[in-house]
Design a protein around this ligand. Structure first.
Ligand SMILES: [Cu+2]
Length: 180
């Protein structure tokens, strides 16, 4: 087992403080190496059926904060749509898009987000994202957050996919991107 595999496994399980530290170092290193995420098999890939999710993370939130953002990259070998999300850390979770309306950045809920086969769909700050609202408490750096993604096939079949996301990055208050 090489070091990269070890780090990925540690990230996956998130069982130790040491492991989480290694995880964030690994992520920072990846980000500084160009920031592209559309690679075939990311080190932290989580898969279910035709779906691969990677780089899943949630922005930290203070206890008094009402909402925060979740981000991840989705690839699928089949045509699918992301039609919902839920998480134990928030009463309400939605898929949001963000776009400019004149000079104002606006967010709105998306009923479905289409995923084309073989094309990486990146949910990221300033763009499409998961919005976690009515947070039940603080979301702290290093914590792991369970996200349950709901996908729909063209024939209407649903696929539930549990995903582990790591809490990291600057707190939401600093970004201005998630002030509702
Ligand atoms: Cu939002």
């Amino acid at each position: 087992m090489d070091l990269k595999t070890t780090v990925a496994l540690v990230c996956w399980t998130g069982l130790s403080i040491l492991g989480l530290a290694a995880c964030s170092r690994h992520d920072e290193h990846a980000a500084s190496a160009g920031g592209t995420v559309a690679v075939a098999t990311p080190a932290d890939a989580q898969t279910q059926g035709p779906i691969t999710v990677s780089n899943a993370w949630v922005r930290p939130a203070l206890a008094e904060q009402d909402a925060t953002g979740g981000y991840l990259t989705i690839q699928s070998s089949e045509k699918l749509a992301l039609v919902g999300v839920s998480t134990p850390v928030a009463e309400v979770a939605e898929v949001h898009e963000m776009r400019m309306d004149g000079d104002v950045m606006r967010m709105r809920m998306l009923e479905r987000l289409e995923i084309e086969p073989g094309k990486a769909l990146e949910l990221k700050p300033g763009s499409n994202h998961l919005m976690l609202m009515a947070l039940k408490g603080a979301v702290e750096a290093g914590q792991q957050v369970d996200l349950n993604l709901l996908f729909e096939k063209p024939d209407g079949t649903k696929i539930d996919m549990p995903v582990k996301a790591t809490v990291r990055g600057p707190a939401g208050a600093a970004s201005g991107a998630h002030q509702h």
